[in-house]
Design a protein around this ligand. Structure first.
Ligand code: TRP
Length: 354
């Protein structure tokens, strides 16, 4: 049995944090063994809002690969793909743009949220909404079954599923009544891929209020030192003021959200919650201490792996090149088959990237 394919990616915007880890990175790691995994560096997408910062985008791209390698993405088993060097993605984007009504793209809730969050108003580039169509091509170029993502990306995967169905119906004679799972069996080129959302959809930031995010300055980065982690968690507001021997409410204390996620011993978490609730001589400092220890235990092996690449951008670039060469073989095959289905088979092209 060939392994099922998985594709996901990140836009290089800076270092990855714990929110990314529990929202989607952890999921990817778990999939590396049983699936054929493709991890995409969406550097083209970075240009949709930062076209004036090419050098920063390059640095962020390299930084993300270091984060991936640090968490345990293994370039021997998984393929790292640089979006801007896979021309099939750009070509498919054009064709897919014709399969989506303009208003359908503009109604995409994730795009709307981003426009609000980044305060873009009506001043965004033409390429900005285009990235959502591009994302359909990122995914379908690899014809994956699964797309592990955070909750915020589900709207994009839904659009990708629509494109896959539409393409298969228009160009591969798949019936509009076909079940999603049957599309390939019925001659469709594309599977209708499924989102796989991480266990924690939304991780609260160290401000205890908003979603963890680099731009809100409330993030614990995967590359933070043990000291930085201690400081960031140590300064968190526990949601209430209380004495260790006074009853408290763990449910309004964001530190307990971290405890539930990062302390592996769930019986210990239950005990801490119970003692906190009863005011059984359990201070906030103690709870934080256990959470700090747990987070640092998770990050320590990552720090060690990261150190191997820290001053070796050349190694990182070599990993990107090798992965992208392999990715082009798959994406070119998809493009070739797509063109054939669209009566565009005027001659096969061979493309390699050295
Ligand atoms: N838009 C995604 C993000 O910002 C990154 C991304 C680009 C992606 N292409 C993708 C994710 C394809 C999954 C599949 O996080």
């Amino acid at each position: 049995m060939p392994k099922t394919r998985v594709l996901t990616g990140d836009t290089p915007t800076g270092r990855l944090h714990l929110g990314h880890y529990v929202g989607s990175l952890q999921n990817r790691l778990a999939m590396q063994d049983e699936h054929e995994c493709y991890f995409l560096l969406a550097n083209m997408h970075a240009f949709t809002t930062r076209a004036d910062q090419p050098a920063d985008i390059r640095a962020d791209t390299i930084e993300i690969v270091k984060d991936w390698l640090a968490i345990g993405i293994d370039p021997q088993r998984s393929t790292i793909v640089l979006q801007t060097e896979v021309p099939a993605i750009a070509e498919l984007t054009w064709f897919f743009a014709m399969l989506l009504p303009f208003n359908r793209v503009m109604r995409n809730p994730t795009l709307k949220t981003e426009i609000d969050a980044k305060g873009l108003g009506d001043q965004y580039s033409f390429g900005f909404p285009m990235y959502a169509v591009g994302q359909c091509a990122d995914i379908l170029a690899f014809r994956p079954e699964w797309v592990p993502v955070g909750e915020d990306q589900v709207a994009h995967i839904e659009m990708t599923r629509e494109v896959a169905r539409r393409f298969n119906q228009l160009y591969c004679a798949v019936s509009s009544h076909a079940e999603d799972a049957d599309h390939e069996k019925l001659g469709g080129l594309f599977p209708v891929p499924k989102a796989k959302v991480g266990t924690v959809g939304r991780l609260v930031g160290t401000d205890g209020k908003q979603k963890m995010s680099k731009s809100l300055d409330n993030a614990i980065f995967l590359s933070d030192t043990a000291k930085q982690v201690k400081k960031k968690i140590g300064q968190m507001y526990p949601g209430q003021s209380r004495d260790p021997d006074q009853p408290g409410d763990p449910d309004i204390n964001p530190v307990f959200e971290y405890a539930a996620i990062f302390i592996d011993d769930k019986a210990r978490v239950a005990e801490l919650r119970d003692r906190y609730r009863r005011g059984d001589n359990l201070g906030d400092g103690h709870v934080k201490g256990e959470v700090i220890e747990a987070v640092n235990a998770l990050l320590e092996p990552m720090r060690q792996r990261r150190a191997e690449y820290e001053n070796h951008d050349d190694h990182v670039i070599e990993i990107i090149r090798r992965g992208t060469a392999r990715a082009n073989e798959v994406a070119e095959e998809t493009l070739h088959l797509a063109k054939k289905a669209m009566s565009l088979d005027f001659g096969a092209r061979s493309l390699t990237w050295k």
